[in-house]
Structures are given as structure tokens and as C-alpha cells.
Design a protein around this ligand. Structure first.
Ligand code: HEC
Length: 458
């Protein structure tokens, strides 16, 4: 699966000949190779950890939407201590985390694939005793692509124009397993007095107990998901407002001593005056709700279709299921009948809810039909299954299931909205309505002045 043509072509970027011969040795006479000249941390493993893993596994590693990687792989003793786990994570494909099948290589932003030869070299390093080697042998190959560094602002989007957070930490009590409060994050006085066009937005969930966050402005935030960055000329309008309203969903194991304090925050970068918005981003959840997954069923399939009525550019896709989610596919049937797979996630992992963003928005003509398929494993072979003896229906709790196929898109017709000029009425009305709906759909939690608990109801 990984050993495709592309990987061998890309070997060209490594001009160092020992690298090639090391590979040959690995393939043809691995034991001899290991004895004579085993790969070392500094010469062999470190450049690959830096290239493939250090975006997350670095000292004081950055939060990737709320989760922090447990160790730095730039450090010999830590890499060594985690050796067997690393081997396992690599062979199972658990790390680096990414859900889209290899066939999509090159299509989506921030993809995380590791080349087969790099994976094998890391495994060979572990299997041959994790030799340390000489720090002077280290040569970085990570300088260009794939080695994202968290900006000093602490936000992937750079320096936010607007920062909001909860008024004070929200206590997620001991007995909470699933809890979905709606919360308003106050906008600092005078910070947002007129509608602004969002070019980038980032949610920073307070921790892995945040299962997901829905907001009108930032799409869906879940631990493991990076910022929303729209292509140039694409944006979401954020009406002037004293609050940002978010629907939180907390999920954790209930029990004494399990309470946490959550302090979720969000940052925005806006378009500047004079810039032009051609595409106003819209989203659609495309759920299928009418089904029951029988207890124990190892391969239950749900499908849905969605007709595209006007020419659109598809920006991104965000499959969503819960613990029984197994695989997910988006296909498009073009008006001429041709069918193309847009996204194939063969091994869905609830813990990593990726948004697959096209590098170039994908054109889908009017008359196309999306065919969406979800597969579930409700058997006890699924190690994440909370209860294989239960029939499962669509529902909000993480122990229920969902079959969503979120898309972000925009009509291809250019709007030509100049930032700073009057905003077209329909755009403003839609944006205000989205925010209004979010408030009205659920009871709002407010924070009493003299009380550290949040009181329910508005
Ligand atoms: C996008 C960020 C990211 C990248 C890139 C990444 N990791 Fe991780 N890794 C994490 C996070 C977060 C965790 C902890 C949560 C978890 O275990 O799911 C983790 C956990 C692990 C674990 C522990 C797994 C376990 O079973 O507890 C290992 C081992 C690991 N990573 C190895 C690697 C290796 C090797 C690479 C590079 C080839 C890599 N990771 C790339 C974020 C990342």
C-alpha cells in the first residue's frame, strides 16, 4: 500500500548514498547490516523523527487542538524509552495520525504520510537496539515541507486579530460522561464593533475531554484538528456581536476525582480592508439519521445521497462517527454518470477527527450527486466499542452513533465583495441567522458572578 511509485521517485531528494545502500541492505540482508553497521539515532532516526513526528513530538510539544503528544522524539533517551510503542504505532499506521487512504496523497492540505523507506529505517533502528551514535552525524532533512513550527504567538494561525475565551474556567464535574452546554465567550469591549471577514480561525479546546465544539464562525472544532484557514478570497462573515456562541460537547469517563476545569479559547485572523471576498463559505452536515445498528454487527453500512443544485467548489470534507465508526467514503457521481471517490477513510479513528481540506478547491458541477457511505463495527472485535450488546441509534452521546458527512463549499459564482464596503444584505442576514440559531437551539449556560459553577438556563 505504501510502497508505491511516488515513494521511490521521492527518494531522489536524498542525495546521500549511504542512505540508499542502507535501504538495500535493509531489504536484502538486514541481519548482517544490523550487526555491521546498525542505524543510529543521530544519523538515521532523528532526521526522520524531525521530519515526520516533531511537529507534535517536541519538547513542550504544542497542543494540536487540545491534545499534546506524550513525548519528544527529538530526544534520544525519550525516543529509546518509547521504542516498542513507536514500532507498534508505525506498523499499525496509528502514527503519524492521518485517516485518508494513500490514494489521496497530494490532494489534501497538511497530509501526514510517512514514506515506506523511512518507516522501515525507523523500525530497523528500533530492532537493532536503538544505537545512539554521534550527535555530529545528524543532518536535518526537515527544513522545507512538513515540519510546521508553532508560531511564537502559540496559535497556528499566527497573531490573531481577535481572541476570545470562556469568562472563567468551566467545571466539568465528576459525574459527567457526556455534557453539551452552550456557552458564550465574551468579546472584549470594543474589540469587534463591525462585521468582519474571517480568513483564519482556530479553536483551542481546553483538553482532550472536549469531544467537539460547534460554532457558526469556525466550523467544528475537535481535539486533533488544526485551524481553519480559508483560501485567499474565501471567507466567513462574523457579525458584530458581544459574544461568540459555542456548543460544547464534553466527554470523559465519569467517577470520583475525574472532574476537570475547561478553559476553551478561540482566535481569529480577519481580512483587511480592500481585500476581496469572492466566495462566502457555506457548510452542510449531510447526516443520515434513520437507522439502528444491531448489537454485535461487525459491518453495518449506512448510505446517503445529496444533490448539488448549482456549480460549487468543494473546500473540505469532515467525516464524523463515534466509537463504532469503522470506515467512511465520499463519492461524486457527475452528470455524465462518471463516479469518482473524493475521500476514502479505510480505518476511521474517533480520536482523530480530521478535516480533509483540498489544496485546490474541487469543482463539482450542478447536477452532480454525492454518494456517502459509512461503515460501523458494533462487535466486540472493535476495541473502542463501549457496549457490543447494545442496539445503537443516531444520537448526541458518544455512546450513541452518528453518520455525518460535513462539507464546506461555496458557489463558483464570484461575489466580488470588497472588505470595508457595504456587506450584501443576504450575506449579512445569513450570518446573523446562523449565530441566532446556535443560541436558540439550546439552553445557554451563564456564569453567576459570585459562584464558580455555571448555572443552567438563560
Ligand atoms: C499531528 C501530531 C502528531 C504527529 C505528526 C505524530 N504524533 Fe505521535 N502522538 C500524537 C499525540 C497527540 C499523541 C497522544 C495521543 C494518542 O496517543 O493518540 C501521540 C502518541 C504517540 C505514541 C504513543 C501511542 C500510544 O499507543 O500511546 C507514539 C509511540 C507516537 N505518538 C509516535 C509517533 C511517531 C513515531 C510519529 C512520527 C512518525 C508521530 N507519533 C507523529 C501526535 C502526533
Amino acid at each position: 500500500m505504501f510502497g508505491n511509485q511516488d515513494n521511490f521517485k521521492s527518494a531522489g531528494i536524498f542525495s546521500i548514498t549511504w542512505y540508499q545502500s542502507a535501504l538495500t541492505a535493509l531489504i536484502f540482508c538486514s541481519p548482517t547490516f544490523a550487526q555491521d553497521n546498525p542505524p543510529s539515532f543521530y544519523a538515521d532516526a532523528l532526521p526522520l523523527f524531525e521530519k515526520n513526528c516533531a511537529a507534535c513530538h517536541q519538547p513542550d510539544g504544542p497542543k494540536v487542538g487540545g491534545i499534546t503528544a506524550p513525548m519528544s522524539l527529538l530526544d534520544y533517551s525519550q525516543a529509546r524509552a518509547w521504542g516498542p510503542m513507536i514500532r507498534n504505532a508505525l506498523t499499525t499506521g496509528y502514527m503519524p495520525p492521518w485517516g485518508a487512504h494513500e490514494r489521496h496523497r497530494g490532494e489534501f492540505k497538511d497530509e501526514r504520510y510517512i514514506d515506506i523507506k523511512e518507516k522501515n529505517l525507523l523500525i530497523a533502528w528500533i530492532d537493532s537496539g536503538m544505537v545512539e551514535g554521534n550527535p555530529e552525524d545528524f543532518k536535518s532533512i526537515a527544513s522545507t515541507e512538513g515540519a510546521a513550527q508553532l508560531p511564537s504567538s502559540g496559535w497556528w494561525i499566527g497573531d490573531p486579530d481577535l481572541l476570545v475565551q470562556f469568562e472563567r474556567p468551566l467545571k466539568v464535574a465528576d459525574d459527567v460522561e457526556d455534557w453539551q452546554p452552550t456557552i458564550q465567550m465574551p468579546i472584549p469591549d470594543g474589540a469587534h464593533t463591525e462585521p468582519k471577514w474571517i480568513s483564519k480561525a482556530e479553536l483551542n479546546p481546553g483538553g482532550p475531554w472536549v469531544h467537539h465544539i460547534v460554532s457558526s464562525h469556525m466550523g467544528v472544532g475537535v481535539p486533533g484538528r488544526g485551524p481553519f484557514t480559508y483560501p485567499e478570497g474565501w471567507g466567513v462573515l462574523m457579525p458584530e456581536d458581544p459574544f461568540i456562541t459555542v456548543n460544547m460537547h464534553y466527554h470523559k469517563t465519569p467517577g470520583e476525582g475525574t472532574s476537570v476545569e475547561d478553559m476553551t479559547s478561540a482566535g481569529f485572523v480577519f481580512y483587511d480592508e480592500g481585500e476581496v471576498i469572492d466566495h462566502v463559505v457555506e457548510t452542510n452536515l449531510l447526516p443520515n439519521r434513520g437507522w439502528t445498528i444491531p448489537a454485535g454487527d461487525p459491518n453495518f453500512k449506512v448510505t446517503n445521497t445529496h444533490s448539488i443544485d448549482e456549480d460549487i467548489f468543494l473546500l473540505s470534507m469532515g467525516p464524523h462517527m463515534h466509537y463504532r465508526g469503522k470506515a467512511m467514503r465520499y463519492e461524486v457521481e457527475y452528470p455524465d454518470g462518471e463516479v469518482e471517490t473524493l475521500l476514502w477513510v479505510p480505518d476511521y479513528d474517533f480520536n482523530w477527527q480530521f478535516l480533509y481540506e483540498y489544496k485546490e478547491p474541487k469543482f463539482l458541477p450542478a447536477g452532480s450527486v454525492l454518494h456517502l457511505s459509512w461503515w460501523f463495527d458494533n462487535s466486540n472485535n472493535n476495541r473502542f466499542n463501549p457496549d457490543p450488546t447494545a442496539d445503537v441509534v443516531y444520537g448526541p452521546a458518544t455512546t450513541d452513533e452518528m453518520a455525518n458527512a460535513r462539507i464546506y463549499f461555496a458557489p463558483t459564482t464570484k461575489r466580488g465583495i470588497v472588505v470595508g464596503d457595504t456587506i450584501p444584505k443576504d450575506v449579512l442576514a445569513t450570518a446573523r441567522k446562523a449565530e441566532q440559531n446556535r443560541r436558540e437551539n439550546t439552553a445557554l449556560l451563564t456564569l453567576a458572578e459570585d459562584d464558580l459553577t455555571w448555572l443552567s438556563e438563560d
